[in-house]
Design a protein around this ligand. Structure first.
Ligand code: MSP
Length: 635
């Protein structure tokens, strides 16, 4: 990205995906990362362009179409439409969707081929060697592992044919120099090193054609009717045809600020073919090649044959879109491989989203509404204890910006979550429920509630690129909705207007139980306690309550001290420590015997008792199938 004069510019691309398979979590990851970046820069005043699309020519597609019994174009139309329809469902905000069968793309590829041919960088020659159909390329013998393609694990075909070649070797020294002079051209560094290591060997010229006798599904060479263009030479050019190369204004503005996002599987075409092609065509090269690792599924490679392909929409339907987007960005360190499991997703959902964020939002909004009705109070003065919160909030925009610049998306999220937890701690220490009981506490209560509402606004602005729906809800509920909510609006504390309309909202992230299938234990025989009358039963005052804080009672492995909202805040002690971790309890709804005589357990006074059933050897808390009112009576 650049700040030249007054205009700040950002251009981001994903690979254009092959149309021989339906979209999976790997495609979703790259595209969600691109979306997070595009949203971030767009929100922050950059003129932004975000492009994705489909790669539709070549052997692979022709073969898949043949298998399906339809023409390559029909096949490409079908799968390309699946990608195009998927992206809005993942809240992807691409500005353009390119297809390599688009007429203007085809025209421009032919124009570039002619230009490079006229400049003498394309020649006709003979080629023989080992060709892998899956990779769409020839392999040298040294590249094969046990005589097989290292990627597809199949023996390549031996082929001999006359073809056109691009004089890539001519640009080897230039490329080495360029990569050396521009340390952030290919990043992270491990992939820059990978490309430099490759360039230590003499670079061969690139075969860029296929005879029509073998393959017709491609772009015909402008200087020889009998050949089509090699699919990579065609596909890479999408990055400039999509923004109107050579003469549209968008091309001039966006190309110098281009950011390609890819995974490690296609470093070579992007790190070597593409810059040399651009150089030969007299076009400046792209700005950054950003390379991420691979998602593996339960420790193994995702593949159709293993039957472990993970579909993004299945996860969205099951866990919600924002939980899915958050998980992708939080669990992968950009550049490294990561392991996907539903269990890990559920873990993140329950702890980071339901527990930390969801709970903070519902706690703050319900206190604000309870104490001040539907209008945000105004702050009066700043106490020492407010300064830590405000100081962290004001430092965050710079930290998050820096994290984005180094592609540290997980780092940005960690910093935001530290602030979420700091806000939770601020509430515990400020004890608004105590202030609310004393008339002289009213002014301070206003300041505390203002501060936590403002903290929610800061959090919402920061999470917007990652979780746009959630951010939108929080902004609407805190009365901070509308345009102009970006980093600049949170650099200085106090942007929320006193009097802003506050709403309680609904639960953001309901908790999800993840259970691996287990054998059911044998059923115990039923035996009842002695009968009681209805009058006797009605003496028990059962109420709905929400756990707002939980901690282990010191010196006991079983007892947990719970702060509950039962229409008022109070403390109870429960013997559930062996079955529940305190941090997993926060946000849960429980049933409490509200009129049980207070009792002291390990020195902590308990004003009530929660109800739980035994579930095999464990305990299961009684809860509700709809969210009740705190203190709601149970009949
Ligand atoms: N058509 C070429 C790209 C041409 S770009 C000019 C292609 N297509 S692809 O459909 O195979 O997509 C590869 C890309 O999909 C990867 O670079 C990455 O962005 C994404 N991923 C596919 N599988 C992936 C994982 N298992 N993990 C992470 N990303 C993965 O190559």
């Amino acid at each position: 990205m650049k700040e030249s004069g007054t205009e700040k510019v950002f251009y981001v691309t994903t690979p254009i995906y092959y149309v021989n398979a339906s979209p999976h979590i790997g495609h979703a990851y790259t595209t969600v990362v691109a979306d997070v970046m595009a949203r971030f820069y767009r929100n922050n005043g950059y003129r932004t362009f975000f492009m994705t699309g489909t790669d539709e020519h070549g052997d692979k597609i022709a073969e898949a179409a043949k298998k399906a019994g339809i023409t390559p174009k029909e096949y490409a139309d079908r799968i390309s439409a699946q990608f195009r329809a998927l992206w809005p469902q993942l809240n992807i905000t691409n500005d353009y969707f390119i297809r390599t069968t688009d007429e203007n793309h085809v025209r421009t590829v032919r124009h570039i081929l002619q230009k490079v041919y006229d400049a003498g960088d394309i020649y006709f020659g003979k080629y023989e060697g080992y060709y892998c159909v899956g990779c769409e390329r020839f392999y040298t013998e040294t590249e094969l592992v046990d005589g097989k393609c290292p990627d597809h694990k199949v023996a390549p075909e031996y082929r001999e044919e006359s073809n056109y070649f691009f004089r890539m070797s001519r640009y080897q020294d230039w490329l080495i120099g360029y990569i050396r002079d521009n340390p952030d051209f290919i990043r992270p560094e491990r992939y820059r090193n990978e490309v430099l290591a490759f360039l230590r060997e003499p670079l061969e010229d690139l075969c860029i054609s296929r005879p029509k006798s073998r393959l017709t599904w491609g772009i015909t060479l402008p200087f020889d009717e009998n050949y089509v263009t090699y699919v990579w030479f065609d596909a890479l050019i999408n990055y400039i045809t999509g923004i109107g190369f050579p003469d549209r204004e968008e091309f001039r503005v966006f190309w110098p600020e281009s950011n390609h996002l890819i995974a490690k599987d296609i470093v070579k075409p992007h790190g070597i073919f593409w810059p040399t092609m651009l150089k030969a065509a007299g076009v400046g090269t792209y700005r950054h090649l950003n390379v991420h690792g691979y998602w593996n599924i339960e420790q193994s490679k995702m593949s159709k044959s293993l039957g472990n392909v993970v579909r993004p929409l299945d996860l969205k339907d099951k866990y919600g879109l924002d939980a899915f987007r958050y998980f992708l960005l939080r669990d992968m360190v950009f550049g490294l491989d990561s392991n996907f499991s539903e269990e890990a997703l559920v873990q993140r959902l329950n702890s980071d989203l339901a527990n930390d964020l969801g709970n903070l939002v519902s706690r703050v909004l319900s206190m604000a509404v309870r104490y001040f009705g539907e209008k945000a109070p105004g702050p009066s003065g700043t106490a020492e204890s407010d300064r830590a919160l405000i100081g962290r909030a004001e430092a965050l925009p710079r930290e998050v910006e820096a994290a984005f610049q180094e592609l540290g998306f997980h780092k940005a999220l960690i910093a935001i979550w530290e602030f979420i937890n700091l806000t939770n701690k601020y509430i515990v220490e400020a004890e608004p429920w105590v202030l609310a009981k004393k008339p002289e506490g009213r002014e301070r209560l206003g300041t505390v509630i203002y501060n936590v509402l403002e903290a929610l606004r800061v959090i919402a602005v920061l999470i917007e690129p990652f979780m746009p729906d959630t951010a939108g809800k929080i902004l609407a509920w805190t009365g901070a909705g509308g345009a102009g909510q970006n980093l600049d609006s949170i650099r200085k504390w106090g942007g929320l207007k006193p009097g802003a309309p506050v709403k309680r909202g609904e639960a953001l992230f309901p908790r999800v139980e993840f259970k691996k299938e287990e054998e059911a234990p044998a059923r115990p025989a039923f035996k009842s306690k002695p009968e009681i009358t209805l009058d006797e039963f009605q003496k028990v005052d059962l109420r709905a309550a929400k756990i707002v804080a939980a901690e282990a009672v010191q010196g006991s492995s079983k007892l947990v001290k719970l702060r509950i909202d039962i229409g008022e805040e109070r403390t109870i002690v429960a013997g559930i420590g062996l079955d529940y971790k305190p941090e997993d309890l926060v946000g849960k709804w429980i049933v409490v015997v509200a009129n049980l005589k207070p009792a002291k357990l390990m020195g902590v006074e308990s004003k009530g008792m929660l109800l739980a059933a035994s579930a095999g050897r464990e305990l299961s808390l009684l809860s509700f199938d709809k969210e009740p009112e705190p203190g709601g009576s149970i009949k």
